[in-house]
Design a protein around this ligand. Structure first.
Ligand SMILES: [Zn+2]
Length: 80
């Protein structure tokens, strides 16, 4: 469920918004933290980006290969 956090952001000339410091702290976001953008009906949702295995969705023990992430389990299945 969406919850208002009491912040109104304005988009600047270059299309950027500032994620307020209280929200950054809430989600442990540092400079250059990747965010994933979603749209649903009239909403734009920002989500902390957590890479996941392209095969099983796990976020543990990932290896990156050509912009995709693969977990160790799926990697060893591929190798066998
Ligand atoms: Zn996997």
């Amino acid at each position: 469920m969406l919850k208002a956090c009491g912040n109104i952001c304005k988009i600047d000339k270059l299309g950027r918004i500032v994620v307020p410091v209280n929200v950054r702290r809430m989600f442990d976001l540092a400079e250059n933290s990747p965010l994933e953008l979603f749209v649903e009906d009239d909403k734009i949702v920002l989500k902390k980006y957590l890479p996941q295995c392209v095969f099983c969705g796990s976020s543990d023990d990932l290896t990156e290969y050509k912009d995709n992430h693969i977990c160790q389990n799926c990697l060893s299945e591929l190798k066998s």
